[in-house]
Design a protein around this ligand. Structure first.
Ligand code: MN
Length: 430
């Protein structure tokens, strides 16, 4: 879409808290989520200021009907709405902005106010049924840091990196919403000096700050897509923490890539910020160091200027901001990743989640993983007295993201706390 009157900075809402300039959810944002209150039924809503507008209720009384005769907000997940496609997403955004605007018709105020729920009274749920999860590796700084640590500082990037958006197929079944605790994983561990692996709890539990792209409309199996088409296929974006067990990863990853080190939990933020809302913050990817094959080239700026932060807090302790970075430096856009993903004929569709890869800048204070910030534990972080190389049980990690301009397009936060490892399965007969 182009920018339209939904991006007008002058617009104000009759929901007062949405007009605070520090608010993540002004009338220009309108991110979608799934929530419940006392009765437990999961409903779809948009965040507005400190409230949620209940779209499931508004659809039932006919005030929004994106699917025409077919209800799409009654399933507790966004997939049916996402499947309707970009024109419906844009039109629905325009309509919801009209309903929330100061000066909306007086006769609509009562039903709209009845559909307003305080966020403080709501429990958030996974906003989409995540059909598949693919994780990429698109930050050149991150790939260079990891390559320097584990391979060769002189040849930190693998020969394919400047030509292909590198990725692997992850686990959709353990993608969870912010606030879900993450249990420390068990795995096979083998240090460089050990003769044989042993079973144990990961001692190098890490985070990865990423942005998740949610595919809305798909491509049929066997049918690739252009970067322009891929851009339009993406419904929206969430914050994503790709929890990682470095000690499990280093032993298992050759030759097929990450497996159990990444399979135990992936957290996403509850509010899906739409691509339409991000339109004013589009920016190009960094200059190419090698010319890309034509199918990966982009005619428009498909990256976004999104500020990101990571807070880390020990159990009962004060959170410390350990990283500040920006999505804009990513070498490959989500549209390029999706184009490459579909190139072989792989079918993509509503609810497919693409992780951007760890978002790292050039300094340790702008890295997206503890692995990089502490250089594999060598330089522990100081959390007001407590030192951290990797995560300890009880630690909480919170990701935050927002775009800053004439108004703030916030992502809210993505939080998770580490629980102790489970008891290990024993030998047969134990
Ligand atoms: Mn990752």
């Amino acid at each position: 879409m182009a920018q339209d009157d939904t991006h007008d900075p002058a617009r104000r809402s009759w929901v007062d808290s949405a007009n605070d300039p520090a608010c993540d959810f002004p009338i220009q944002n309108l991110p979608y989520g799934a929530f419940s209150t006392g009765d437990g039924a999961v409903r779809i809503g948009v965040a507005i200021g400190e409230a949620i507008l209940d779209l499931t209720a508004l659809e039932a009384v006919g005030l929004v009907r994106p699917g025409g005769e077919t209800a799409v907000f009654d399933q507790g997940v966004l997939n049916p709405f996402m499947a309707l496609g970009p024109e419906v997403w844009t039109e629905t955004r325009r309509q919801i902005a009209g309903l929330l605007e100061a000066g909306v018709e007086e006769r609509l105020r009562a039903p709209l106010e009845a559909a307003l729920v305080p966020q403080a009274a709501a429990q958030m749920h996974l906003p989409v049924f995540v059909r598949s999860y693919t994780d990429f590796y698109a930050s050149k700084e991150h790939a260079t840091n990891v390559g320097s640590m584990f391979r060769d500082p002189e040849n930190a990037l693998t020969p394919n990196w400047l030509h292909i958006p590198i990725g692997y197929n992850g686990r959709a079944s353990t993608v969870v919403v912010s606030g879900t605790a993450i249990r420390r994983p068990l795995g096979q561990l083998k240090g460089p000096e050990d003769d044989a692996p042993r079973l144990g709890a990961s001692a190098r539990l890490d985070i990865e700050l990423e942005l998740g792209a949610l595919v809305g409309t798909g491509n049929p199996m066997g049918q690739p897509v252009s970067t322009a088409e891929a851009y339009e296929m993406i419904f929206g974006y969430v914050l994503l923490n790709d929890w990682s067990a470095r000690d499990i990863q280093v032993w298992e990853y050759q030759p097929l890539g990450p497996f159990q080190a990444k399979a135990f939990g992936t957290s996403i933020s509850p509010w899906v910020v739409t691509r339409d809302a991000l339109e004013p913050y589009r920016c190009p990817t960094p200059p190419r160091e090698r010319e890309l094959l034509p199918y990966l080239q982009e005619a428009t700026p498909n990256n976004f200027d999104i500020r990101l932060e990571i807070d880390l807090a020990p159990a009962g302790g004060t959170p410390v901001t350990v990283s500040r970075t920006n999505y804009r430096g990513m070498y490959y856009s989500a549209a390029q990743q999706l184009t490459h993903h579909a190139l072989s004929g792989c079918a993509m569709g509503p609810g497919d989640l693409l992780g951007s890869g760890t978002i790292s800048g050039e300094s340790p204070e702008s890295c997206g993983s503890l692995l990089e910030m502490t250089w594999n534990g060598r330089d522990p972080l100081d959390l007001g007295g407590e030192k951290r190389g990797f995560l300890q049980d009880g630690d909480s990690v919170t990701l935050r993201g927002w775009c800053e301009g004439a108004y703030r397009i916030g992502f809210g936060s993505c939080e998770g706390t580490v629980l102790p490892a489970p008891e290990a399965p024993g030998a047969p007969g134990d």
